[in-house]
Write a protein that binds this ligand. Structure first.
Ligand SMILES: Nc1ncnc2c1ncn2[C@@H]1O[C@H](COP(=O)(O)OP(=O)(O)OP(=O)(O)O)[C@@H](O)[C@H]1O
Length: 262
């Protein structure tokens, strides 16, 4: 484990994964350093969501390694090769905060209640402490006045901002964002991206899958282009755009967005 500021916080090495006979990830490698925002783009079915789910260990992977801050993600402890306990798995998952396309808020809990749940159950905070943290993060995403609203009383953009607040309130080492604006009406996308941008400016480390190409270009430290389960190109946004000339798959992928976004 290293605290060096340039060490990779997330280190994905040669990760492969198949569903039955279908190889979905083929020796994928990527790094996210502390404070970096890395964006994954790529055609539908290229394995982007599966990769994020492996990092958060919602999916197991068949081979390769995924390390967060030097610690292997997975069923077995890398040191002892023993299966991890459920408690250990929960603690490991709490290192990553994941926000989903479909919000996934508990409908019977208020905005504050949704945020407090993990703080109470996983982080062991008292009711009062959890409430204070929830209110802090709701304020940070511009929803201080909605703490006691149920998800059904919130717009999609507001629900997603609660989802982000819930994830960051757990103080994850890295935030994983999986197409978090894809289910929103276009007029609500901006408010959610503004929250992501301000977290990035505060130094939050993020790995994000998005189809918002202009946002990827403006907010990312690096872009990873995935195709057919592998990393086809990786680099700063300007380099990725330049790589188009020599990468046919990237060219055809970007061509579909160019008219409306680039
Ligand atoms: N649980 C599963 N069982 C079987 N196949 C799956 C499962 N989850 C994903 N797949 C398959 O894995 C491939 C990659 O899916 P994945 O969702 O990771 O792609 P993606 O790049 O995120 O696509 P999209 O942009 O459409 O969300 C697809 O062919 C998909 O059908």
């Amino acid at each position: 484990m290293s605290d060096a500021s340039n060490a990779a916080l997330l280190d994905v090495r040669d990760v492969s994964k198949a569903f039955g006979t279908v190889e979905v990830l083929r020796a994928v490698s990527l790094e996210v350093k502390r404070g970096e925002v890395v964006t994954i783009i790529g055609p539908s079915g290229s394995g982007k969501t599966t990769l994020l789910r492996c990092v958060n260990f919602l999916e197991s992977y068949d081979s390769g390694s995924i390390r967060i801050d030097g610690k292997e993600v997975g069923y077995r402890d890398a040191g002892t090769r023993q299966h991890r306990s459920e408690r250990d798995l929960a603690a490991m998952r709490a290192e990553t905060g994941m926000v989903f396309q479909s919000f996934n808020l508990f409908p019977h809990l208020t905005a504050a209640g949704n945020i407090m749940l993990g703080l109470r159950k996983v982080r062991g905070k008292s009711e009062a402490e959890a409430r204070q943290i929830a209110e802090h993060w709701l304020g940070r995403v511009g929803l201080a006045h909605k703490a006691d609203s149920l998800p059904a009383e919130l717009s999609g953009g507001q629900q997603q901002r609660v989802g982000i607040a819930r994830a960051v309130a757990m103080e994850p080492k890295i935030l994983l964002l999986d197409e978090i604006t894809s289910a929103l009406d276009p007029e609500l996308v901006g408010e959610v991206l503004a929250v992501v941008r301000s977290l990035a400016e505060d130094g939050m480390t993020m790995l994000m899958v998005t189809h918002e190409m202009a946002f990827a270009r403006d907010a990312s430290s690096r872009i990873v282009f995935m195709a057919d389960g592998g990393v086809s190109a990786v680099g700063p946004p300007a380099e990725i755009l330049a790589a188009e000339a020599s990468n046919e798959r990237l060219r055809s992928f970007l061509a579909r967005f160019r008219a409306s976004h680039f």
